[in-house]
Design a protein around this ligand. Structure first.
Ligand code: CU
Length: 512
């Protein structure tokens, strides 16, 4: 009965709307389906005000849910640069063009310190949202940076030390969509056919309040799956191709995504934008903070037909350790959302054979090609560590110091279960995120004894593109090539399981 009500509410069906006050119902529908991607925006100067503040949003039937949200306003540069998602706690979508000069005044109206990180954007140290830059309640932080990234799907979220998990959980996150001239010239689905989908999991209490029962070992795993901040998400689509921009905005949950009933799906982009050519995968692995851009063809389907996007079962590697009792386990199967064919149309739009210029990095160009650095993610003496060290606000080790203008090879290793792993450190996935410019994954390996777990997810990896986050399943090793160009200063590398990060699985790197 209750579930049925959720469906009506989020589907925006007439029956559902009738149960809501008119204004709220209308905004809920807009929040679900209306995305107006502007065409042909040009690089210019953009000035925005962004606030983090408490408010209430109607998510479930009944009482509105207290959340923390980013809200924003364009001061200069055109109102189409900021798009509010009505009916969602998510912050506004920021739309940038490569070459934009961006100035953002971030005002903290939370009852605690915060700072914003522009996840995936290559920005100066002063604009990167390092925890040492966190500002207290009532204070303002001024960001200034140039958008240097390729066209792609990026995002922003808080980054204060020990409080990133709860702040993101209570609603502080938003998308950044960057375009560039190359992408604008490409015949990909646009406007209403270009849809961002932010996947998150949450737990709700009896008064519809968000319940944060994160655990420093497993992280947070919720039982209600939200898409763009809405439960039981149903999206009305035409029977034609779409571009879907997926962000895993969850604190800890990994998704293994599959579209039902033989829908043609191609991956066209990763964290750092478009691939050279589209690739096919049997399913899509999406770890916390990762993005995938898809070309999905609903062509040839009849009005009324529904396609379910599911997350399939996989081995979450937890072996029953500390899983939040109320939540779906890591690796459990569930439905994420449904697409409903609202209109049968004849509107084929073939997928371009070539998508974007793409420069493949070569290990021979790394300054340490003969001896890649190793960064080992594991539990050490009961704590989450990287090379047996925890986060310290200003500290940098010798291997964390790199020279400006060079490229390095880094081996990131999920060393669960080795040495003094301890019971809580065993077999936990770690999605590893590096700030600064994106990197490429040139190699992966896993020891035989972890192979079976790895095999349940690895066919869904997309390593051909630019990445800023790479999932390491237990025992897994990935070799990354990363350039340290443009900006010297102190940046971060860390696990993007936000509860691991908050518990210290984060370090600085210093570009000198
Ligand atoms: Cu981790």
């Amino acid at each position: 009965m209750q579930r049925r009500r959720f469906l009506e509410l989020s589907a925006g069906s007439l029956a559902g709307l009738a149960t809501l006050p008119a204004a709220r119902a209308e905004s809920a529908v807009r929040g679900l389906a209306r995305f107006s991607v502007s065409r042909g925006i040009q690089a210019s100067t953009i000035k925005l005000n962004l606030r983090a503040r408490a408010r209430r949003v109607g998510i479930l039937p009944g009482a509105r849910t207290p959340v923390w949200s980013f809200t924003g306003r364009v001061v200069e540069g055109g109102s189409d640069r900021l798009e509010t998602l009505a009916g969602s706690y998510l912050g506004p979508i920021l739309r940038f063009h490569q070459g934009d000069r961006v100035e953002i005044a971030f005002k903290n109206r939370l009852p605690e310190a915060s700072i914003v990180h522009w996840h995936g954007l290559h920005v100066p140290e002063s604009a990167d949202g390092h925890p040492r830059l966190a500002i207290g309640p009532g204070k303002t932080y001024r960001y200034s940076y140039e958008v240097r990234n390729r066209a792609g799907t990026y995002w922003y979220h808080p980054h204060p030390h020990t409080r990133t998990g709860p702040q993101v959980y209570y609603g502080l996150a938003g998308l950044i969509i960057v375009t560039d001239d190359e992408e604008q010239a490409l015949d990909l689905p646009r406007g209403a056919f270009d849809l961002p989908l932010v996947l998150q999991d949450r737990n709700f209490g009896a008064a519809n309040e968000l319940r944060y029962d994160g655990d420093a070992r497993v992280g947070f795993l919720g039982e209600t799956i939200l898409v763009n901040g809405r439960p039981d998400h149903v999206l009305d689509v035409d029977s034609r191709p779409y571009r879907l921009r997926l962000l895993n905005g969850s604190n800890s949950r990994i998704y293994k995504l599959e579209f039902g009933s033989g829908v043609r799906v191609r991956v066209i982009g990763t964290d750092g934008g478009l691939l050279r050519r589209a690739v096919k995968r049997p399913y899509l692995t999406l770890a916390p903070a990762e993005r995938l851009e898809l070309w999905v063809d609903f062509g040839g389907r009849a009005a009324g037909e529904e396609i379910v996007l599911r997350s399939l079962e996989f081995d979450g590697g937890h072996f029953g350790l500390g899983i939040a009792s109320s939540g779906l386990a890591q690796g459990a199967a569930f439905d994420v959302m449904r697409f409903r064919i609202a209109r049968a149309v004849n509107d084929p739009q073939p997928l371009p054979r070539r998508l974007a210029r793409f420069e493949r990095l070569r290990i021979g160009d790394a300054v340490n090609s003969a001896a890649p650095k190793t960064f080992s993610y594991r539990m050490h003496q009961g704590r989450w560590t990287i090379n047996e060290r925890q986060f310290e606000m200003e500290a940098v080790s010798s291997e964390e110091t790199v020279n400006l203008g060079t490229m390095e090879a880094w081996d990131v290793v999920n060393a669960s279960g080795s040495g003094s792993g301890g019971p809580g450190g065993m077999l936990m996935p770690h999605p590893v995120h590096l700030h600064g410019a994106p990197f490429q994954v040139i190699e992966r390996s896993v020891p035989d004894r972890y192979r079976a777990v790895w095999d349940t997810l690895a066919d869904g990896y997309v390593d051909k593109g630019w990445k800023d986050t790479v999932l390491l399943m237990p025992g897994e090793r990935a070799r990354l090539l990363k350039r340290f160009d443009d900006y010297s200063g102190l940046f971060l590398h860390h696990c993007h399981n936000l509860e691991h990060e908050d518990a210290g699985m984060m370090r600085n790197f210093l570009v000198v």
